[in-house]
Ligand binder design. Structure first.
Ligand SMILES: C[S@@+](CC[C@H](N)C(=O)[O-])C[C@H]1O[C@@H](n2cnc3c(N)ncnc32)[C@H](O)[C@@H]1O
Length: 264
């Protein structure tokens, strides 16, 4: 049976999109604050679920040091190749292992990890609660799961109107299993059996055009959906690009950061 689009478009990534991911998804100050609640430290064994190009995995590997270990997991083999390259550049290949995943189960044994982290990955899984139950299974008692996800309906893209944005997101949402995963993370952590579940939201306000690529990607998904007329999609992209040219560009993409502890 053919895979749903939200999975298929990660299994096979077009060359121009892959080139952008290869250059992006780095570790910067904003990433540092998104990962602070995960409390990753020296000696930890950590899984980075949906690792993409693995720049984050490599940074985590630096933080846990050679006594720790990072398992970088993804459904896309090319991302894992790039992750190994980034690990080599960072000098952490000795304590970073890549795993090609079936997208459902984690190839790790019960109670073997201190931390499991997933940035912008839970929104693509078939069943978020089942995936978080897998996180729970591989964590040791006291271990922490940490997930970061956006919520496309809560984004702001000035000067696009509320209704136009809503229709645009609705059309683009077939690219995710849950494009509003951010708001659903807390409940999913609780249902998966985590305790001490904590939530924070980082507003991620962009005035420089950092999120233009994301909006252009969403536009591609919206056009491909066949559920919205291309003219209204083009108009949204044009409005945001014009604002960028005029210096009035303002886009906000809230990131929900959730941690939960495995007890007992
Ligand atoms: C938006 S990217 C985030 C990459 C990385 N976490 C980062 O923040 O730099 C989403 C990643 O999740 C992966 N992914 C999507 N569905 C997945 C699944 N079911 N299991 C594991 N990884 C998945 C994709 O292949 C992609 O690498």
């Amino acid at each position: 049976m053919a895979e749903p689009f939200y999975k298929a478009h990660w299994r096979e990534v077009e060359p121009d999109r892959m080139a952008a991911y290869r250059d992006g998804f780095g570790w910067d100050e904003a990433t540092e604050s998104l990962f602070r609640p995960a409390e990753i430290s020296i000696g930890h064994k950590v899984a980075d679920f949906g690792c993409g190009p693995g720049k984050v995995s490599a940074e985590i590997a630096k933080r846990v040091g050679p006594k720790g270990h990072v398992h970088a997991i993804d459904i896309n083999a090319e991302f894992l190749e790039i992750t190994r390259e980034n690990a080599a550049v960072a000098g952490v290949s000795g304590h970073l292992t890549t795993h090609l995943s079936d997208g459902v189960s984690l190839p790790l044994s019960d109670g073997s990890l201190d931390r499991v982290s997933a940035r912008n990955a839970i929104m693509y899984v078939d069943n978020p609660v089942s995936t978080l139950q897998e996180f729970h299974r591989v964590l040791r008692p006291g271990g922490l799961a940490h997930a970061i996800d956006g919520d496309w309906y809560m984004m702001v893209a000035e000067p696009v109107s509320h209704d136009a944005w809503r229709n645009f997101v609705k059309a683009a949402s077939h690219a995710c299993r849950n494009s509003d995963m951010g708001r659903k993370l807390h409940g999913a952590f609780v249902e998966a059996g985590f305790r001490d579940v904590e939530v924070s939201i980082t507003a991620n306000a962009d005035v420089d055009g950092r999120l233009l690529g994301m909006i252009r990607n969403m536009a591609k998904y919206a056009r491909a959906s066949g559920t919205i007329d291309h003219q209204s999609v083009d108009q949204i992209v044009a409005q945001v690009e014009q604002a960028h040219t005029d210096g009035t560009y303002f886009v906000v993409s809230p990131q929900f950061v959730v941690t939960g502890r495995k007890t007992g």
